[in-house]
Design a protein around this ligand. Structure first.
Ligand code: SAM
Length: 303
């Protein structure tokens, strides 16, 4: 996406703090001005290398993936599973945004920012025939491969079948940042693109472009699911430790509107510890072709 400024509406042009509370950005534009040093080659972009450097220091475990909150993993997966199940073809569900025909198929899913494959193993493999992982840290992908291989060696008989299944179903391991993933080169169509706890690592313009690439890579009836932290207030938080930004719900809705995707349903993850930021799940589908337009200054809507 070109570097022309996004025209943020007022409710998103708020001030924001970094995770130490030491720097305050007057606006979201100021965040990007301060934090993005855009070079020609996106791989050299400070925004992405700082995050990459951080993740290289993190141990390849579920605790590492979830910042020491491994205990939320089961609840996280249970809610995601219920949310996703609703969209499968022939299921009857309710969306709170607009009438929707359930057309999601069980063919192929992509796990974006997959880490060591926690979501792949626990959520996507049981639901889809094939799964691809996209993750910028090759050590995490190696660990995912090891975990999926080791599964069959373990003695726990009742889990063995499930684990063999993982090894059989996972096909591609793409060691690349989401902002650089070449969807056209691989020309794979996905029924489900799952993007969990990683979008804060993409700055706004790359996020919109990534969503557009995802939309172009969906099968008929395919959907994009995003699960991530949102801020409790209207402002944003810049995390200086892992170089990511946590956006407000309104901010995300605005970015969806700027993309070629439309929101179908959103819920808040229930039963998470109160001390944590709210976690939201979003289901998106491509906008009907005639509605697809370039980014504009539209106002945001809340669910
Ligand atoms: C909080 S972990 C979440 C992992 C996984 N989605 C889960 O829920 O278990 C964030 C992951 O995003 C990866 N990541 C960070 N920036 C990325 C980028 N630009 N492209 C792809 N992956 C990225 C990190 O290496 C890490 O594995």
């Amino acid at each position: 996406m070109d570097q022309q400024q996004l025209q943020y509406p007022k409710n998103i042009q708020t001030k924001g703090a970094d995770s130490d509370g030491t720097t305050v950005y007057k606006t979201i534009d100021e965040l990007w001005e301060k934090e993005i040093e855009q070079n020609k080659d996106k791989q050299d972009n400070k925004w992405y290398t700082l995050a990459d450097d951080y993740w290289k220091t993190v141990e390849p475990t579920i605790e590492g993936m979830l910042g020491g909150l491994g205990y939320v993993s089961d609840k996280d997966v249970t809610t995601s599973n219920l949310f996703l199940e609703e969209f499968f073809q022939n299921k009857h569900g309710q969306t709170n945004q607009r009438p929707y025909t359930m057309k999601l198929n069980r063919g192929r899913a992509m796990d974006c920012g997959a880490g060591i494959g926690r979501v792949t193993e626990k959520l996507l493999v049981p639901l889809f025939d094939k799964v691809d992982l996209v993750e910028q840290n090759p050590t995490f992908l190696d660990q995912a491969k090891n975990i999926f291989k080791e599964f069959v060696l373990q003695r726990e008989r009742e889990r063995e079948k499930e684990r063999e299944l993982v090894e059989k179903k996972v096909e591609n391991y793409f060691a690349v940042g989401l902002q650089s993933h070449d969807f056209n080169k691989h020309a794979i169509k996905y029924d489900c693109i799952w993007i969990q706890w990683v979008i804060g690592h993409l700055h706004d313009k790359d996020f919109i472009e990534f969503l557009n690439n995802c939309a172009d890579s969906l099968t008929d009836g395919g959907m994009i699911f995003i699960k991530d932290n949102v801020t409790a207030k209207k402002s944003f938080i810049m995390d200086k430790q892992d170089n990511s930004v946590t956006r407000s719900h309104d901010h995300l809705i605005f970015l969806f509107e700027q993309s070629n995707c439309q929101l179908v349903k959103s819920i808040v993850q229930p039963n998470f510890p109160k001390a944590l930021l709210p976690v939201r799940l979003y289901a998106l589908q491509p906008k009907p072709k005639q509605n697809v337009s370039s980014p504009t200054t539209s106002s945001t809507t809340s669910l």
